[in-house]
Design a protein around this ligand. Structure first.
Ligand code: GLU
Length: 493
């Protein structure tokens, strides 16, 4: 059996967005599944729109997602000569021809067709020029494009799409399309095929938005005597208003780096992306890398478009709820040692990292992550909602401040009293911390909840979180005492 060879050929005209990342992922999965190769090809022929920054962004995004490739990156512009030679070959073999029709002539024909309510297609004026006529026009310096000569076959041109089934068109409906501009520059449609032939691509998984090219590309493969690859066209990803997701209209919310910077776990995000257009056939939605490679198949790529359910507004729940739910799943269940590696850069950015977390305080660090992760959604939460575990300088959220502190004037005295009692404890553990707090509440004749909620607020800054006494033991007696003792300052508004 021949080796499967797939490719990811992004145009470097912006950041890597969720659509591109999903395409890369599907190709990567299929290459892995079939023991084949993935080729990365940067399609940089659009010199005006391609940027170095975008190339770097694509490489960084792929690296973050864990999508590796076996060959490349190749750059389309390095193969300009191949594209020109392919056009020459087609001309020499009589499979393409020079067309001297002017823009004005073509516009007039198009308008006439519109007026007659018929569909316009190039009428083949230059298709049968004799070699002498061509030579004469060239000698006169007339500009020309090169058109592909669509074979005058009767009947139907078709290919079998792995997702959509038989895709077909009458030959008569395909016009002789341009493959080289009047500037001598081959069109993308041709370059793409020439590169795929050179790279011996066997399978092309790409968005349905490229389907307008595919039948014409099938003709080019045949004309260049190359085997036609297997095509699988993926559904598009739409927003809630059914508009296609794009960099231009949706901005950063569809950029892969946005998810990286907002603390998504790379594999969790990939797992989410895969589900935007593929399903396993049962309800399974969480897959490890190996499970997904096993389960993935072209046949199970959805036919219909998927929805990327992002909302503007609340910063925390800015994105598709499923993306968050999957992220939470991994964040809360993955081995804590692996989580620690992912959390570290987010703590570093906020100056919350301490090298001892990799050394003598490693055990404490892992236990702390394990304790607090249960309510967290993204990795940024560790540096944000979890700040009080790693620093004494943390904000008190407005809601618990009002509800749990300011509403209870008595806490101004009670929390420092609790501080004294904690300080006096020789053993500060779950039992002694709880008993001491409850005893104080009984003595003062206040509900234990008042003390406990007040304590949670001043010790963590948060309204909710893990069990209070677990928190106290984790943060440690000294810091707890200090925070309780300083709490009256909160009343000085
Ligand atoms: N460069 C094209 C794009 O970024 C890819 C075309 C293809 O997959 O054939 O959309």
């Amino acid at each position: 059996m021949t080796e499967t060879r797939l490719r990811f050929p992004p145009s470097p005209t912006g950041y890597l967005h969720i659509g591109g990342a999903r395409t890369a992922l599907y190709n990567w999965l299929y290459a892995k599944k079939t023991g084949g190769k993935l080729i990365l090809r940067i399609e940089d022929t659009d010199a005006e729109r391609s940027t170095q920054e975008s190339i770097q962004g694509i490489l960084d995004g792929l690296e973050w997602l864990g999508i590796d490739w076996d060959e490349g990156p190749y750059f389309q512009t390095d193969f300009d000569a191949d594209h020109v030679n392919a056009a020459k070959q087609l001309l020499e073999e009589g499979k393409a021809y020079k067309c001297f029709c002017t823009k004005e002539e073509l516009d007039a024909k198009r308008e006439a067709a519109q007026a007659n309510k018929t569909t316009y297609g190039y009428d083949g004026t230059c298709r049968n020029l004799t070699p002498d006529e061509v030579a004469e026009k060239e000698a006169a310096g007339l500009p020309f494009v090169v058109r592909f000569k669509v074979p005058e076959k009767e009947g139907i041109l078709s290919y079998e799409d792995k997702v959509l089934g038989q895709i077909k068109s009458n030959y008569s409906e395909i016009e002789d399309f341009v493959i080289v501009r009047s500037t001598g520059k081959p069109l993308y449609l041709l370059c793409n095929v020439v590169d795929d032939i050179r790279d011996r691509i066997t399978h092309i998984i790409r968005g349905q938005d490229h389907m307008t090219n595919t039948l014409r590309q099938v003709l080019l493969y045949e004309a260049l005597d190359a085997p036609v690859p297997v095509f699988a066209h993926m559904p598009l990803t739409l927003d809630l208003k059914k508009a296609k997701i794009s960099k231009r209209s949706h901005g950063e919310i569809v950029a892969v780096h946005f998810y990286r910077d907002h603390g998504f776990i790379p594999w969790a995000f990939s797992n989410f992306l895969v589900l935007l257009g593929w399903s396993s056939g049962d309800d399974t939605e969480i897959f490890s890398k190996d499970e997904l490679i096993q389960a993935f198949s072209l046949e199970r790529i959805n036919k219909s478009n998927s929805t990327f359910n992002y909302r503007k507004g609340d910063a925390k729940f800015f994105t598709d709820p499923k993306a968050i739910a999957i992220n939470e799943h991994y964040l809360r269940t993955m081995p804590v040692e692996e989580l620690a590696l992912l959390v570290k850069p987010f703590l570093e950015t906020e100056n919350l990292w301490d090298d001892s977390y990799d050394g003598e305080k490693k055990e404490w660090f892992l236990q702390t992550l394990d304790l607090i992760r249960d309510r967290f959604h993204t990795l940024t939460d560790f540096a944000d909602l979890g700040r009080a575990y790693f620093s004494d300088d943390f904000p008190i959220q407005a809601k618990p401040l009002k509800k749990n502190i300011l509403k209870h004037e008595g806490l101004k005295e009670w929390l420092p009293m609790l501080a004294d009692r904690y300080e006096a404890l020789t053993e500060f553990n779950l039992e002694t911390a709880e008993q001491t707090a409850r005893d104080l509440a009984t003595e003062l004749d206040v509900k234990p909840g008042v003390i406990i909620n007040g304590m949670r607020t001043v010790v963590t800054g948060q309204l909710a979180g893990p069990s209070m006494f677990d928190i106290l033991v984790t943060i440690g007696k000294e810091k707890v005492v200090q925070r309780l003792r300083n709490s009256p300052k909160l009343y000085q508004v």
